[in-house]
Design a protein around this ligand. Structure first.
Ligand code: PLP
Length: 431
């Protein structure tokens, strides 16, 4: 191989990237270093990671404390089979998660990512009813939710262009509308109708913010009402906190804004602060006890080679240490305030349909022709942001910011200026 071959062209020879039309995609940008909210490209350019690398990074890239804890764990125990064996990092992380999670969560089942955390929750819910000898099959989900790309997770996600090739393979789901303000009564009625049909096993939801749907936000009061209906009808509830967990909405979990708590919670992304692949599904004792039996068929037969990986658990512990620092709480609140100040002014700009915010998550919805993932606006905006040294991945005409908590004020200014530049681009005031 020639020494002048750049990383990008080498990549092009051997790699197939996710969510990427490899025929037409531009060459990927090789990133060779990360520090704080900045990513350093091979060509020397720096980028503000305004989307926290797919919403995972909490404390900044290559954080020295997490790196140290991961290195220590690697030198002590890198992996062990997690059936019949255990280890300190998995136990301590589970203990600490249970303390932080919404009340009632008492058991942690590890997996590798958000999708597998969802698969585990769905399997728990379905088998729970079978173990109890009660015929309940149906799963309820929000119509445009996203819970992952594995088959069970796809089934409970939107029937979108992304899942279209697989529709005929996905199990049937009872979809209800997202209860955005104005839609609340309709959603409550839809859930009530399904609940009355009687054989609903579980309701899975992204609490307060539907990420991939375009950072669609709804209120805790209506979610409490939905959960109350589920409780009345003995429907299990699964809060998918894969995106909203670990401070993203301003509180540790989005469920912390609610009066009623779920039976299960799925976690990933921020669980290791964006350093190692780890997923977790928590549940309450009611679920757990339904799997305790002398009859081995009631076992949850699920696991992955890397379940409970010690290095990933050590990263999770280190990330939690950082999350609980007073300084991090202040950073989260500071981002919340800065987003709020920006939204206040920006929401009245021409071509801005809506600005939404919850905690550290900000979304700007621009007016556009054909508001789908495939409209051209998203591509134009993505390239524009890169030129400005900011990584933003539009969801069609919706641009969102979900930064690492350590982002600095000048870096946030750069992100907001980029959003303003986009608005000028769309209105034709720029170029
Ligand atoms: N659940 C939610 C709410 C998500 O936002 C995502 C990913 O974006 C997932 C599940 C799937 O997580 P992963 O990409 O780690 O499989």
């Amino acid at each position: 191989m020639s020494t002048t071959t750049t990383l990008a062209t080498r990549d092009q020879q051997v790699i197939w990237h996710p969510y990427t039309q490899m025929k037409t995609a531009a060459l990927p940008i090789p990133i060779v270093k990360g520090e704080g909210a900045l990513l350093y490209a091979e060509d020397g350019k720096t980028y503000v990671d305004a989307v926290a690398s797919w919403w995972v990074n909490l404390h900044g890239h290559a954080h020295p404390y997490i790196a140290q804890k991961v290195a220590e764990q690697l030198q002590t125990l890198e992996h062990v089979i997690f059936a019949g064996f255990t280890h300190p990092a998995a136990i301590t992380l589970a203990e600490r998660l249970i303390q932080l999670l919404p009340q009632g969560q008492s058991r942690i089942f590890y997996s590798d990512n958000g999708s597998t955390a969802v698969e585990v929750a769905l399997k728990m819910a379905i088998q729970y009813w079978q173990n109890k000898g009660i015929a309940r099959r149906k799963i309820i989900a929000f119509r445009n939710s996203y819970h992952g790309d594995t088959f069970g997770a796809m089934a409970v996600s939107a029937r979108s262009a992304f899942t279209a090739p697989f529709w005929s393979y996905l199990f049937e789901v009872c979809f209800i509308d997202v209860p955005i303000p104005g839609n609340e009564d309709q959603t409550l009625k839809q859930l009530e109708a399904y609940a009355h049909e009687g054989d609903v096993a579980a309701f899975i939801y992204e609490p307060l913010v539907l990420g991939t749907a375009g950072m669609v936000m709804y209120n805790p009061e209506v979610l409490d009402q939905l959960l109350a209906i589920c409780q009345q009808h003995d429907i299990l509830t699964i809060a998918d906190e894969v995106m909203t967990g670990f401070g993203r909405t301003g509180r540790t979990f989005a469920s912390d804004y609610l009066q009623l708590q779920p039976d299960m919670v799925t976690l990933s992304k921020g669980l290791t602060g964006g350093t190692m692949a780890l997923g977790a599904t928590s549940c309450n004792e009611k679920i757990y006890e339904a799997f305790l039996s002398d009859d081995k068929r009631k076992t949850l037969f699920h696991g992955h080679s890397y379940t409970g990986n010690p290095v990933a658990c050590a990263a999770g512990l280190a990330s939690l240490d950082l999350l609980l620092l007073e300084e991090t709480k202040q950073q989260i609140d500071h981002i919340r305030q800065r987003h709020a100040a920006f939204s206040k002014k920006f929401r009245y700009q021409p071509k801005v349909l809506e600005v939404r915010q919850r905690g550290t998550i900000l979304a700007v919805e621009f007016e556009a022709e054909g508001t789908s993932y495939f409209n051209k606006l998203g591509d134009t905006i993505y390239s524009f942001a890169l030129e400005q040294g900011v990584i933003l991945r539009p969801l069609g005409n919706i641009i969102y910011v979900i930064p690492p908590y350590c982002i600095t004020d000048p870096q946030l200014d750069q992100v907001y200026l980029t959003l303003q530049g986009m608005q000028q681009l769309i209105t034709g005031e720029r170029y």
